[in-house]
Design a protein. Structure first.
Lengths: 280, 276
């Protein structure tokens, strides 16, 4: 029977965090520098080729989330890389700490510190680049194509709130934690090619969701109705006004909470169970 | 310390153990011998909780190894044949890992490291494989864990290193501790182990204290054809015939582990019959 101290001890968790940091901090600092370099290179490229509003909100949004998803998921699948071989796997599993402490240590670095570190680095690059972009626009004003409307200065993209003309930021953020959780699970579940196999599983999940949404739900809808991702639309040949049915507000909120909180939580719990069952 | 009953384990369709039983108490240095691929490392990993039996029960120090509870991991150290150390200094490595082991003795670690002549380099990864292994053995001993499982510990050690290893292990054993050493380099364990376990085709085919081996069997070189006829096992060479004979007259001889191993794997029934 497991006691509470067998499952979690803050002292042991702190020791794990210290050990992980001490063994990897150089790698992490280089990693952050590489991210900063890549963002800087990308934004510089955009500044050079863009004829219109240079570094606008959408540009910042796509750069932030592309980097967050790619680097975050890759990092998540690397954190349990020790388990991929018996020589490092034994060292990892033999350390006198519980599976929960080992998972929470990985989540602390992979989710909390990575998110903070990545966002900080993004803004360290983004703020001066947006300023530079705006100063170029100020110095060399330009209009939207075939209009006399002048392109305004860009705003700074806010990662934590929804902004006009930008896809639902909160949903993208929530989706990131779920996707990353899938990569954590993949890194414990698979023993080789963990990242690629996790990508394949993620794409298969996405495909299943799209097929269910596009084909299965439409199959059950009455004639003239079709489904557009939890929004049901009716338009007929008699030119009646288009009708919409949305999910009730509470259901939609619950669905958002599921994607943001429950899905990663469930995947983390499965990862924990899988870690307990891991053999090397 | 270790109690295994009816252990069944297989890698996919390939069975490794089918009903293995074993008991091991404290105060022993036990040599686990066997051919390559007979399951020595698999047995150690089952005892250490890194592989789970498909059937049967294992109890190590009263724990179910597969649960890998921190209290269990603190008391059972598995030294694998191959390992990976981080690219940090020895001091930092100790600072990172020693606090996990409440009975860790830092002075003992430095003593073992000195006995092993481990050089001080900026990083652990700059040490040779043998030196890294010595550092790991020193660490394992300094944890004061009651049970040490060592998988081919002398692989990668030079001649001096092997003799240092024997000396250090012999000095580290006491009544509260047991060491189970798996190896196919039988000569390395001579004068060190006090119990011999031979594993073959998933079963323990020989399990005796070394004192009992010396008591029941006589190891000698002989040119006498009559003795050769009576022998349980015989190896001819230009120095004469190396024989294993029943020790009916209670003569003293030093067991030759390599020969004993060959004798048992050739004809386990005849050799085991001497111990009944």
């Amino acid at each position: 029977m497991n006691t509470l101290s067998d499952t979690f001890s803050f002292h042991r968790w702190r020791l794990l965090v210290t050990k992980h940091w001490s063994e990897n901090y150089r790698r992490y600092l280089l990693f952050l520098l590489a991210i900063a370099g890549l963002l800087l290179a990308w934004f510089s490229f955009i500044l050079m080729i863009s004829q219109l509003n240079l570094i606008d909100l959408f540009m910042q949004f796509t750069a932030y989330f592309t980097g967050l998803y790619l680097v975050g998921c890759f990092y998540a699948s690397w954190l349990f890389a020790d388990l991929n071989s018996s020589q490092s796997g034994i060292g990892f599993l033999a350390l006198p700490a519980s599976h929960l402490e080992k998972l929470l240590c990985a989540l602390f670095f992979g989710v909390v510190l990575f998110f903070i570190g990545y966002t900080l680095v993004f803004y360290l690059v983004d703020i001066p680049i947006v300023r530079l972009s705006n100063s170029i626009l100020l110095r060399y004003p330009r209009n939207y194509s075939n209009t006399t409307v002048q392109i305004p200065a860009s705003m700074l993209y806010n990662v934590f709130s929804n902004q006009a003309f930008i896809p639902e930021t909160r949903l993208f953020l929530a989706g990131f934690f779920s996707s990353q959780a899938l990569f954590f699970l993949g890194s414990v579940y698979f023993t080789r090619w963990t990242f690629i196999k996790s990508v394949i599983v993620g794409l298969l999940c996405l495909l299943t969701f799209v097929v269910i949404d596009a084909k299965l739900i439409n199959f059950f809808l009455p004639s003239g109705w079709h489904d557009v991702f939890f929004l049901w639309v009716h338009n007929d040949a008699d030119q009646h006004p288009t009708e919409y049915i949305t999910l009730p507000h509470t259901t939609e909120k619950l669905l958002n909470i599921f994607i943001a909180v429950c899905a990663p939580l469930i995947l983390w719990i499965i990862t924990w169970q899988r870690l307990k069952e891991k053999e090397v | 310390m270790i109690s295994i009953s009816n252990l069944h384990f297989s890698y996919g369709q390939r069975p490794v153990f089918a009903g293995l039983d074993l008991r091991l108490g404290p105060g022993t240095i036990c040599g686990l011998l066997g051919r390559n691929g007979t399951g020595k490392s698999t047995l150690l990993r089952n005892i250490g909780g890194f592989l789970f039996p498909q059937k049967g029960e294992i109890s190590t120090l009263g724990f179910q190894p597969g649960r890998r509870q921190p209290a269990f991991l603190e008391q059972v150290i598995l030294l694998p044949e191959t390992f990976q150390l981080p690219p940090i200094t020895m001091r930092q490595w100790l600072k990172n890992n020693a606090p996990f082991y409440t009975r860790f003795d830092i002075d003992a670690f430095h003593r073992y490291a000195k006995d092993f002549d481990i050089p001080s380099t900026p990083r652990l990864t700059e040490l040779s494989h043998g030196q890294q292994k010595k550092a790991l053995i020193s660490f394992a001993l300094a944890t004061n864990a009651p049970l040490l499982l060592m998988d081919e510990p002398t692989n990668g050690l030079d001649i001096t290193g092997k003799s240092q290893f024997r000396k250090i292990i012999a000095g580290a054993i006491d009544e509260s501790r047991a060491i189970l050493i798996s190896t196919h380099q039988v000569k390395d364990l001579e004068q060190l182990i006090d119990r011999i376990l031979i594993i073959d085709e998933g079963k323990i085919i020989f399990d005796q204290p070394l004192a009992s081996v010396a008591d029941k069997l006589l190891f000698k070189l002989s040119f006498d054809p009559e003795e050769e006829e009576q022998s349980l096992y015989c190896e001819t060479s230009f120095k004469g015939s190396a024989l294993i004979l029943p020790n009916t007259e209670q003569k003293e001889s030093r067991p030759d582990l390599e020969m004993l191993y060959k004798a048992i794997t050739t004809d386990p029934v005849t050799i085991n019959a001497q111990f009944k």
